[in-house]
Design a protein around this ligand. Sequence first.
Ligand code: FMN
Length: 358
Amino acid sequence: MSLLSPLPQRELTLKNRIVVSPMCQYSASDGVPNQWHLVHLGARAVGGAAAVIAEATAVEARGRISPGDTGLWNDAQTEAWAPIAQFVREAGAVAGIQLAHAGRKASCATPWNGGRALAPEQGGWRPIVAPSALAFDEHSIVPEALDIEQIDALVQAFAAAARRALDAGFELLEIHAAHGYLLHEFLSPLANRRGDAYGGSFDNRIRLLRRVLAAVRVVWPERLPLWLRISATDWADAQRDGAGWDLQQSCALVEAIKDDGVDLIDVSSGGTLAKAKVPVGPGYQVPFAAEIRRRCGVATGAVGMITEPRQADAIVRNGEADVTLLAREMLRDPYWPRRAALELGLKPEPPPQYQRAW
Ligand SMILES: Cc1cc2nc3c(=O)[nH]c(=O)nc-3n(C[C@H](O)[C@H](O)[C@H](O)COP(=O)(O)O)c2cc1C
């Protein structure tokens, strides 16, 4: 098995193990994607990645990180995504999309405008919602705790967005339960202090995610793959922060959902704690993907500071992960898969329009 080996996923086949990781572009209006998204995602499909996963796309308006986030809660958004998904497919990549809810990290400025909480008069919104009324940090908005009816509605919002993703022509769906956004907030004892059926014990904290996966699987066809992105750890310092989400709980979660129709666990980390010390470096999250794959016997994706073809190839060859997801390196070079093929001694397969240049 190498970086350039195909990977069957239900009735689809990824042509290699290189996936464009979801990346917010903060460039939509009212959740509607536009030509920026077409060119950004389209270029990376032409570049030769096996799958291109569109950014964290909100399942409801208040679940956007910023006013520029994409959404999938209405017809205008579904219709605007359709030609984008079509282009990605026609360029030979699997068209994926990540469904998300920002939870207590909603209503913020774009990163290039500072990323801080936005007041309603600045284009932000209230309330923002979370498992508990705990702000992310001292600069953040205090969210409202969701009640049981709102939790039920949220499960339905994920399912409705999944249905819209299908209607728009996407073939791969990823549920975003990482990076300190809503679904991760329910998992982590640092953000979830509920005393009802959705908080406290491990089984209670994973309940919402399990419900979301089950509801999504009902509308997302059997023939198409469903992926789940998690943060393997909060990187909590037990002394300073108290007990957080960790690899042990990640493995227990994956064991619990193993038969719930999830085809790959995309293993990231962090996002719950503003002050977490993260040992960032080349491939720093790969050991988590490897451990979950080894312990739980599931397919995993490795992400985070994977930039070199030989590095990515080794991850697949060593059985640390089934796919590699690249984010920033794909921004620097949409043709990274071509570079990888050349470096690994294989012939790249360009689109026919580009064959004379290859
Ligand atoms: C501009 C940008 C936007 C991102 N948006 C998302 C997102 O929408 N969803 C997500 O799960 N991760 C998001 N991430 C994280 C990446 O998917 C990836 O996990 C992270 O950048 C580490 O990979 P890298 O070292 O290859 O960049 C984003 C990263 C960047 C740089």
